[in-house]
Design a binder for this molecule. Structure first.
Ligand code: NAG
Ligand code: NAG
Ligand code: NAG
Ligand code: NAG
Ligand code: NAG
Ligand code: NAG
Length: 720
């Protein structure tokens, strides 16, 4: 049977004798069942038509022709080089279920319109919760490029996927890269642009699908808890679903569980914690005499690997307040948006009649004890995913009435410290006509200084901005923002910041300030040098109960300081009286053999005169060889043993003990003992009310040959 198109070509031939039917290009093409080919003429090129044969009439077009199966189609063109005039685009539909795709292979006839400029496109549909993988290997992989780049060899792949929010994500690739497989979520279009005449494998890629793994969380909570799950990251595609009476309700953006006792929440992606954050909310009513529903515990079993924010909404009847108490270790105010080192970041906001004001962001460990807020408020605790959740560190109560927006109570620590505070909403505007109060407890014997390190002043329409200081019941001191603020003051005080009615088109009131605390006294400094006094060491110990006495060794605060022999040390004594401290010293005499130890006297070496306390005792440690003994003789000629009920009346007392602690006895001057002889290493400890009054040596010491036996007292010699 003759093709109609061919006949028409013959008719044309009658008029255009230069053309013959044999030169009018004609081809038979086979197009797959799910493909469509569109031939389009570039409007800038010379006139040419394309006809499809086989129908009852010639089906021709000079602009665009769509070719579709079934069966073979005969196509001919009204010009000699249609490939210069027409471009070809083939679109193939691939339909996938969660487990397979039809067709499963993106096949093409490599010769189809090979001389034309070709674009091949695959429209792949996939159901929800399905991972679509496109496998381009093993012959070559793909290389990621920017969508506006071109590929040198002219083969460019473009992959567009519809995202959960309806937007399209597009990536482009060239051949010969390392990516052999693409995993996609959602309906995808793959486009391959080919160079004219370019070679092609029969299989461009394989397609398959797998069900997407999701995650389930079961939530069991009491009826007062509400849970809000909301998307915080753009990627990846993921929905949160909950089973409801009628079926499953899924949402890619958020989910609210207002009555979540015993609910299963399902996420359609395997790592939803990278996508969503969770808020766990409780409503607490503080309008009565106490707060109802006040379970301030943070439920650790909910969504433990998600970023969580626990929120407590606090209702109160103004001018009453709700009160948050922060037990030890207290809180410190930090900049808004700062994250606390322990991962537990608290923030408090109040809802005055107009707008809201964040009272502050807090980390655990600091001087803030209590905050009272006059209006409805919200306390929140932010915890990052997988953080071990500590107990929520605050207690709730109903506070007193106040005219203030909020009152913050601060116990400044002892020692040197700088603590920063800022007005609600800093660095933004403090609300008009509002007041905020800070109550400071300052430790005794400490000075405080206030420094306004950052503020902006509004233009007042009525009233003035005022900073009021008050100590106890005394008169209020009113200052402006620009006045010098209190310096080196002592005692507890409160500060109130009052805003005026401002010109709201201009900058508002904001203030960030520092309270510096330091010891009010001036330390006594003393540098002790023991490098030139052989064997001498010092000990200084706090003995008084005065909590303000502070001693430090090389800037380190101590209860007990040891200055070791041969060293130098910087000592500091702050607010200490003589009675608060005890100074003892010690000297070691080593006699490795009798020859190296000629007779010597025990005297007190001169100690650094900067030491602000008297010496309370001095100890000599005398070490001798095991075959020797020590002779102790009083320079005044004789000793007396001090026995119970027979105390020494003299200036000083000498205790002699064996190095292992066994006491030989206590002695003082002038008695019936001429000499104490000991066959042991011993310590001799001298105590006297005033060492400066002792002029003579305490004892004369010499080393002699060994003696033996228990302590005996024969002929005025006590032998041990
Ligand atoms: C979770 O919080 C961390 C900071 O603590 C942040 O870097 C991350 O982007 C957050 N992730 C989500 C999904 O909210
Ligand atoms: C004052 O606050 C502004 C705004 O927060 C900030 O840019 C500036 O560094 C602060 N200056 C000081 C001295 O803290
Ligand atoms: C507020 O300040 C702007 C700018 O200085 C001024 O034009 C306006 O009149 C002021 N508004 C009032 C109510 O004074
Ligand atoms: C603390 O304040 C008092 C009185 O204002 C002052 O005499 C003292 O020098 C101050 N102490 C320090 C360490 O500045
Ligand atoms: C004294 O102590 C040393 C070791 O420190 C020891 O070798 C010596 O025997 C002791 N002397 C006596 C008399 O016990
Ligand atoms: C004690 O020793 C000193 C010198 O070291 C000496 O002058 C004095 O006579 C001695 N006294 C006695 C009682 O041995």
């Amino acid at each position: 049977m003759t093709c109609f198109c061919g006949t028409r070509a013959l008719l044309v031939l009658l008029f255009l004798s230069s053309l013959s039917s044999t030169v009018r290009p004609k081809m038979v093409v086979t197009i797959g069942p799910s493909s469509t080919v569109v031939l389009s003429r570039d409007q800038g090129e010379p006139e040419c038509d394309v006809c499809v044969c086989g129908g009852p009439a010639p089906d021709c077009s000079s602009s665009e022709k769509t070719l579709k199966s079934p069966g073979d189609l005969e196509v001919d063109f009204g010009c000699l080089k249609p490939q210069e005039v027409f471009t070809m685009k083939m679109t193939t539909k691939i339909a996938c279920t969660t487990s397979s795709c039809t067709p499963a292979v993106a096949n093409v006839d490599p010769t189809l319109f090979k001389d034309f400029k070709r674009t091949l496109m695959w429209d792949i549909s996939v159901p929800e919760r399905t991972v679509l993988s496109l496998d381009f290997g093993p012959s070559y992989g793909l290389k990621d490029i920017s969508t506006t780049d071109n590929c040198q060899d002219g083969y460019k792949y473009t992959v567009s996927t519809s995202r959960f929010d309806g937007t399209i994500q597009t990536n482009s690739y060239c051949k010969d890269g390392k990516v052999s497989q693409l995993e996609l979520l959602g309906a995808t279009t793959v486009t391959l642009e080919l160079p004219t005449g370019g070679d092609l494998d029969r299989t461009v890629f394989n397609v398959n699908t797998t069900p997407r793994r999701g995650r389930q969380e079961s939530v069991t909570s009491d009826p007062n808890t509400m849970i809000f799950i909301s998307r915080v990251a753009q990627e990846p595609d993921c929905s949160v679903c909950v089973n409801e009476g009628s079926g499953q309700n899924c949402n890619p953006q958020s989910l609210s569980l207002t009555d979540p006792s015993n609910t299963i929440v399902e996420f359609t992606c395997p790592l939803p914690q990278d996508v969503f954050s969770v808020e766990i909310n409780r409503q607490i009513d503080c309008t009565k005499s106490s707060c109802v529903g006040d379970t301030v515990h943070a439920e650790s079993t909910f969504f433990p690997d998600f970023n969580r924010t626990f929120t407590w909404d606090l209702k109160v009847n103004s001018p009453k307040t709700f009160q948050l108490d922060f037990p030890e270790p207290g809180m410190r105010q930090v900049q808004k948006e700062e994250l606390c080192p322990d991962g537990h970041t608290y923030s408090l906001i109040a809802y005055p009649r107009t707008g809201f004001a964040d009272i502050g962001t807090f980390c655990q460990g600091g001087p803030v004890n209590t905050v009272q807020v006059r209006y409805k408020g919200r306390m929140s605790l932010r915890v990052p995913g997988n953080a071990k959740l500590g107990p929520a560190n605050f207690k709730l109560d109903v506070g007193p009435e106040t005219r203030m927006l909020a009152i913050m109570k601060v116990s400044l620590p002892r020692g040197v410290s700088d603590t920063d505070f800022s007005t609600p909403y800093f660095p933004r505007k403090f609300p008009d006509l509002q007041q905020m109060q800070w109550d400071f407890t300052v430790p005794g014997m400490h000075n405080y200084t206030i420094l306004f390190h950052n503020y902006t002043a509004p233009e007042c329409l009525t009233g003035d901005v005022a900073v009021e200081y008050q100590k106890g019941e005394s008169k209020v001191t009113t200052l402006t923002l620009t006045d010098p603020q209190p310096q080196h003051q002592q005692g507890d005080f409160s500060m109130v910041l009052k805003n005026c009615e401002t010109n709201t088109t201009l900058q508002g009131l904001s203030l960030s300030y520092r309270v510096s605390v330091m010891r009010s006294g001036h330390p006594v400094l003393c540098t002790v040098d023991l490098t030139k006094q052989q064997g001498v060491s010092l000990q200084i110990e706090k003995v008084g109960s005065d909590p303000y006495c502070e001693i430090s060794l090389n800037s380190e605060v101590k209860e007990k300081m040891n200055v070791l022999e041969g060293t130098t040390a910087r000592l500091s004594f702050l607010d200490c009286t003589k009675d608060d401290l005890r100074l003892t010293a010690r000297q070691v005499f080593d006699c490795p053999n009798a020859a190296s130890c000629p007779p010597f006297s025990l005297t007190i070496p001169s100690l650094d005169s900067c030491l602000p306390m008297p010496l309370s005792s001095f100890t000599w440690l005398l070490r001798i060889p095991s075959d020797q003994s020590l002779d102790l003789v009083s320079p005044s000629g004789s000793l007396q043993q001090a026995l119970p009920g027979q105390e020494c009346q003299k200036d000083f007392l000498l205790n002699v003990a064996e190095a292992d602690g066994y006491s030989v006895g206590d002695f003082c001057l002038n008695g019936n003992i001429q000499k104490v002889q000991v066959h042991a290493n011993i310590t001799v400890t001298a105590t006297t009310p005033d060492f400066s009054k002792v002029r003579e040596p305490f004892l004369n010491v010499s080393i002699g040959p060994e003696i033996s036996g228990k302590c005996i007292f024969v002929n005025a010699v006590l032998t041990c």
